[in-house]
Design a protein around this ligand. Structure first.
Ligand SMILES: Nc1ncnc2c1ncn2[C@@H]1O[C@H](COP(=O)(O)OP(=O)(O)O)[C@@H](O)[C@H]1O
Ligand SMILES: O=C(O)C(=O)C[C@@H](O)[C@H](O)COP(=O)(O)O
Length: 339
């Protein structure tokens, strides 16, 4: 590595997985990326964050060693996602919606800690919905409440790469599906989350249908079977359609991947219901689908069938990979410019 190059590290830690990226600050070029199967889910299960801390610390050291770098050659780290939650490494309170990129930058907290070799680490806050009604008076207003962490930088990173006009909605699936409403001035107006990704994993792992589906679930998206699962769920209900998976295993010629597609269609029908409700409340001129595959493609196919007047934009692999990088980089660079 040549001297004088400005390198930074970006850590994006979710519920299930974490990604550590070594990036050239100016060229915005990704030098290295590692994906670790660790997230705040481990903290929730263990009751402490040791595993998350150790694995992320090891990951950062591994990246440095691979590129023969010392900690002094890394200008700073930016950490976003669930790493800034009560289950992460350093808790930063959510800021309230509507929120602009500048609002997120203004609420960043910087920590120097041993696990990251005392490199200054910028923790980016998430966002919570502003609510008017009190839960103490009426429990059903809970549907107005929501939180997100990590999707704010992802959203800004996608908006930087893909032109949009007017108000829109971003679909960002992961362990949790996020619907993020974006205003015409690119402020994040509010969000709505579901437990979609985690439910996909939990039902597969903990029920009899684990005999009919392999752990990898969807290896190749087959729209026809996604739609068949989705339509079955809408017609006969989700729990009955889940039992179809066993029946298809016993009595049909569908292979594991085809059954997995049907299964994803069944589970995600719940997410589509939440989406339809949101679209009834809000008129949008575009809908963008980001997030990791195969969830991104699954949503895209479902969305094109639940037709709507909004234009549908599917982010590609490169745009998704760069989204978190561009978003977090902008936070990091602006933070130091403003200091
Ligand atoms: N092949 C697959 N088929 C169906 N769902 C998948 C598949 N791979 C990952 N998922 C879902 O994606 C979620 C993980 O998304 P990811 O974006 O990697 O994690 P995180 O939200 O922790 O950053 C898991 O909850 C899992 O259910
Ligand atoms: O802010 C919190 O406390 C959350 O749970 C937000 C959480 O849903 C987050 O935005 C999404 O997590 P994933 O990236 O889907 O793991």
């Amino acid at each position: 590595m040549e001297c004088g190059e400005k390198l930074i590290i970006l850590i994006d830690s979710g519920t299930t997985n974490s990604r550590i990226r070594l990036v050239h600050e100016e060229e915005k070029e990704i030098v290295e990326v590692i994906k670790l199967p660790v997230g705040v889910r481990n903290t929730a299960i263990d009751g402490h964050n040791n595993q998350l801390k150790q694995e992320l610390s090891k990951g950062v050291k591994q990246v440095l060693a691979k590129h023969s770098l010392t900690q002094r050659e890394v200008k700073y780290i930016v950490a976003s996602g669930m790493i800034t939650s009560n289950l992460g490494l350093h808790e930063v309170p959510h800021i309230e919606s509507p929120a602009s990129l500048e609002d997120f930058i203004g609420a960043v907290q910087v920590v120097k800690a041993e696990e990251f070799l005392n490199i200054p680490c910028l923790y980016v806050p998430g966002m919570k919905n502003a609510v008017t009604d009190s839960l103490e008076e009426e429990l059903s207003v809970i549907n107005q409440y929501d939180v997100m962490r990590g999707e704010e930088v992802e959203a800004y990173g996608l908006l930087k790469q893909i032109n949009t006009e007017g108000k829109g909605l971003m679909i960002l699936p992961g362990s949790h599906t996020k619907y993020v409403l974006v205003g015409q001035n690119r402020e994040l107006l509010r969000c709505r989350s579901t437990l979609g990704g985690e439910v996909l994993k939990a039902v597969r792992d903990q029920t009899i249908i684990s005999d009919s589906l392999n752990e990898k679930l969807v290896e190749e998206v087959i729209p026809e079977y996604v739609m068949k699962g989705y339509q079955a769920a809408r017609k006969v209900g989700v729990t009955r359609s889940l039992y179809h998976i066993r029946l298809l295993h016993l009595f049909s010629k569908l292979d594991e991947n085809e059954r997995a597609n049907y299964y994803a269609g069944v589970i995600l029908s719940y997410d589509m219901e939440a989406l339809e409700q949101m679209l009834e409340e809000e008129e949008v001129s575009w809908i963008m689908v980001g997030g990791s595959d195969p969830l991104r493609s699954l949503f895209y196919h479902l969305l094109t069938h639940v037709s709507d007047s909004a234009s549908i934009v599917l982010a590609d692999d490169e745009q998704v990979e760069r989204a978190t990088v561009y978003g977090t980089l902008e936070v990091g660079q602006s933070y130091f410019v403003n200091k």
